[in-house]
Design a protein around this ligand. Sequence first.
Ligand SMILES: *Cc1c(COP(=O)(O)O)cnc(C)c1O
Length: 395
Amino acid sequence: MLEQLDKQYVIQTYARNYVNFKKGINATLFDENEKDYIDFTSGIGVVSVGHGNKRVADVICQQANNIMHISNLYGIEPQAKLGEKIAKLTGMDVATFFSNSGAEANEGAIKLARKYGETKFENKRYKVITLENSFHGRTITTVKATGQSSMHSPNFAPYPEGFSYNNSIDDIYNSIDNETVAVMIELVQGEGGVQPFDKKQIQELAKFLKENDILMIIDEVQSGAFRTGEFLATQVYEIEPDIITMAKGLGGGVAIGAVITKHKDLFTYGDHGSTFGGNYLCTAAALEVLDILDEYKNNGALDETIIFFSNELKKVYEANKDIFTDSVGLGLMRGLRVKDADTLSNIIKESFNEGLLVLKAGRNTLRMLPPLTISKDEITQGFKRLQNALNKIKN
Ligand SMILES: *Cc1c(COP(=O)(O)O)cnc(C)c1O
């Protein structure tokens, strides 16, 4: 029924699994037959405070019963408070522009960088360097910023100019020229294989870019909102980028994106905008999400969850070295590298049958992005189901 309806009326850009989820409680989902699934995906890193979170739901209900939207032509109290909360959590002197998605946040970041390049130098600087294996979004510009040639289909050409890719941090130095305005990277490449970069290497790059007045844009769409154990991966790496983008986990399931920058006065009236961006509903929700996660971090629960998850992950990794070749990632953004692509697909399929949702990522990575509020029982149960799936594959 769902499958038929979807295939007839929804444009088919995803190879979907037609399980019909009806209910969610924290990291557990139930389908229409009451079968339960442990969710190690949180909707690709979105449902950071779990499914059916009562605090967020109550805030949303209250806000929806009052004002949902009034446009950005008026001051919006929860938006301003969310901007303040983000600045406090970063510990930096920053201001935020609110968008509706990660791709849009990255678009905003690129626009901001381009304005910097146009207005701050004698010659025009407009080139943005990104990395191979990166992922920055699906709009025509962010798809071009994404350093995977498979994403640059001629179907959608021509693409905007000014993007080039390097396959390592070290290579970036050689491709900088006097038209380079920014370097845009993820600190932990999510779609690219849950690959964190070396801290020293990133700090050296940050220093070099600052000295040469080239902007550093950190795409934290996936790694932000406490996913790596700190509010931002930027804080794990102890750098101060010029621009940081966020989205996924920030709204706990409500669509929101953020362009966070030290260059607070670079955009002026009319430079950028969004009809929906930063509306009452999404900013009220995100404010509650950050309050919850901030408390969760401060009372030690997040660190405890990360340690517990890491230990269980390690056990499964150690016990299945015939299948897994490496364990990667940070905090609750984790991956196990699988020996080949077919085995990875089988693991995801068998895990699903066992009642566990997991993701895949580049470099044959089995990716896990559980809700940050996942319980110990759910973690234990999830890894048990993963082991069951692995046993089936081995037999
Ligand atoms: C998901 C993702 C995006 C795109 O976000 P959307 O909300 O899907 O537009 C951009 N960058 C990174 C690192 C992501 O993980």
